[in-house]
Design a protein around this ligand. Sequence first.
Ligand code: FAD
Ligand code: NAI
Length: 468
Amino acid sequence: MSDSNYDYDVLVIGAGPGGYVAAIRAAQLGLKTACAESRETLGGTCLNVGCIPSKAMLHASEYFDAAANGTFAKLGIKVKPELDLDTMHGQRRDAVKQLTGGIEYLFKKNKVDWKKGRASFQDAHTVKVGEETVTAKNVIIATGSSVTPLPGVEVDNEGAIVVDSTGALELPKVPEHMVVIGGGVIGLELGSVWRRLGAKVTVVEYLDQILPGFDGDIRKEANKIFKKQGFEYKLSTKVTGVEVNGDKATVTVEPAKGGDSETIEADAVLVSIGRRPNTDGLNLDAIGLKSNERGQIEVNEEFQTAVDGVWAIGDCVPGLMLAHKAEDEGIACADNIAGDTGIVNHAIIPSVVYTWPEIAGVGLTEEAAKEAGHEVKVGKFPMMANSRAKTNHEPDGSVKVIADAETDRVLGIWCIASVAGTMIAQAAQAMEFGATSEDIALTCHAHPTHSEAMKEAAMAVREKPIHI
Ligand code: FAD
Ligand code: NAI
């Protein structure tokens, strides 16, 4: 299958979940494949400084919190937890090491050549990687994203006071007071880690509610749950500056719409106001490719850019910035290059926030469904009435099913539950199969499981649930 005019059939730039998956798939399809990565290890943001290390800290801190906040005591387990932060960090580093090493093994197994170094285009088929020049018939840009900077706020991860998500994963001690700038996914996940370990956490959010992009009811409910856990919020508030003095920071905030400013003292400040695509340094000018006003590379539904032979996937293209979206795009893009049909249904990408409880959703929010012209019928079911959640002392949360009033087709499902991230898979699958709320309501769900709440919420769309 190889075209001998080029060194490779496919060169992937970036070895995150988009890039490494595309490279493995391309190689599995018989294409001679290389992957350029400038980091020391494979796996991109996700494995090195994103999904995996954050989940390692969330998992460990969740146990600590359960032991410290009385949850274990309710179960008849008496313990007095003592924090060994070095060991907690150690197990995080181990998870990263094992998983990034696993990708290296998969590259070798599938005969994907890892080109170490930063890649930049010379022309559409010629890429300089470090000192080496590599030619390829197809180049996939999978360069991912990095933290959006906040003007007036200087991140210094080494200093461990004003940090981004990477620095917040590594804090050497539990801060007394952490100010989180941005009440989105990173702010709530990493804010949860340090709150559970003993920090006071104040979230400063520009909008009037946390978690933009999630369903309105779910955002409100999540807000209440986190408040009950001890989070403090300053909503509709913007940060105008952060000054560091010794080991303390002074955060200046003012109402989002203008007004008197005030200051907050903290010993850690997490900047988590979003991420932006990595395209600097790729020398896109050399191939006549321009990014859009958000810095993203535009692609068609086959993941082709405007330049023949150049493709793009993952966080550097429009859409949700999620690892599983990047992975699915990687597979579909490689399939398209090999001449198969690779499709990603961008309308059904689940989102999960791995807090306690977890928050998950797929499809349209109620607001977006109405805006799209649907008349909707909504069914809700509280986790408090779910036998398993109740037995496990996990009463917080609910499931919300949004269906089209006329056709009953499910438009979106949103939930807050201890295992919402696992529950949302069935919602995504049902929606892929074009399910109606009645289909979910009539599907037998095992008892006692948290997922029964989804069945009951689906029942609530057209009839009545049994357990409330
Ligand atoms: P990336 O993973 O960013 O990988 C791109 C790679 O390209 C990087 O390794 C970079 O070094 C390399 N690169 C860039 N430019 C060049 C170049 N010129 N030459 C060579 N190499 C280059 N998503 C989830 O779905 N679930 C989660 O739980 C989750 N948790 C997260 C937690 C945190 C703290 C963060 C920051 C992100 C999290 N995400 C999560 C988002 C997820 O990490 C990204 O959506 C995902 O990594 C995007 O994959 P990607 O392959 O597009 O890019
Ligand atoms: P985000 O977009 O989720 O949240 C950023 C928040 O900051 C928003 O609520 C926004 O209104 C607010 N904001 C923006 N400017 C502000 C300002 N000046 N002052 C105060 N608030 C401001 O971005 P976040 O949390 O940084 O995460 C980046 C990306 O990483 C997300 O898009 C997400 O997809 C991905 N991610 C996914 C995770 C998951 O799937 N569990 C976990 C962590 C990250």
